[in-house]
Each structure stands twice: as structure tokens, then as C-alpha cells.
Write a protein that binds this ligand. Structure first.
Ligand SMILES: [Zn+2]
Length: 120
């Protein structure tokens, strides 16, 4: 079972949530477990991340420009032997299955844990 407990799935777009479940269940069926850890973000949440990015933190879109604010994206951590992995090669399954289900990842722009509706 994919563990969705870290995020509030009621704030995701229902169609995207269904697709994301398809993606993560298919990954698991192929032996790759991913755990969603960030889902919906408010304008204020996004702005806080963006201000951190401007101060040298991890990449983040300006508020108003993230699919997270529309419930159309989740960030997923790969679980390997019970531990989170951020190695890029551990996200190739996510990228492959995303395309099967009409989703997209941030793979092409270095945000490989980001799963969204097609078109970022
Ligand atoms: Zn993201």
C-alpha cells in the first residue's frame, strides 16, 4: 500500500489524485515505493518557499505559479529499505509511470520528486 498519510489528500484535485494513485500503485507493483510528503500548498505556503529560494534555498516557483496551489501536484520520496532516497536514479520509475497515467514529473528540470498533472 502506498502511504498517503503525510499529506491531506482531500485538498488534491480529485482527478489528479486518482491519476497519482495510479502512478504510485504501478510503481509499487514494479517494486519501487514512493511516499507523498508534500501536496497542497496555500499562497502563503508557496510564498514562504519562494522567499527561501530567493535566499538561496531549494528551487520553488513564485506564489500563483505552482500546481501545488491548485492541488495538482505532489512531491514524493522514494523509500529504499525503509529509508528515504534522493538519488536521481531512484526516480526513473516515477518518471516512467507518470507518463503512462497522463502525469508529469519535474525530471527534465531537476525537480525529480515532483509529480503533477501533465504539463508541470
Ligand atoms: Zn513539487
Amino acid at each position: 500500500m502506498v502511504n498517503w498519510s503525510k499529506i491531506d489528500t482531500t485538498k488534491l484535485d480529485p482527478d489528479f489524485y486518482a491519476k497519482a494513485q495510479g502512478v504510485l500503485n504501478a510503481c509499487l507493483a514494479h517494486g519501487c515505493e514512493y511516499q507523498p510528503y508534500l501536496g497542497f500548498r496555500s499562497w502563503d505556503d508557496q510564498n514562504a518557499l519562494y522567499q527561501r529560494y530567493l535566499a538561496g534555498g531549494p528551487r520553488a516557483s513564485p506564489p500563483g505559479h505552482s500546481l501545488h496551489e491548485q492541488g495538482l501536484a505532489v512531491d514524493c520520496e522514494r523509500i529504499v529499505n525503509g529509508v528515504g532516497s534522493w538519488a536521481v536514479e531512484d526516480y526513473s520509475m516515477l518518471e516512467a509511470q507518470a507518463q503512462v497515467f497522463g502525469c508529469d514529473t519535474g525530471w527534465s528540470y531537476g525537480d525529480h520528486d515532483h509529480l503533477s498533472i501533465d504539463g508541470h
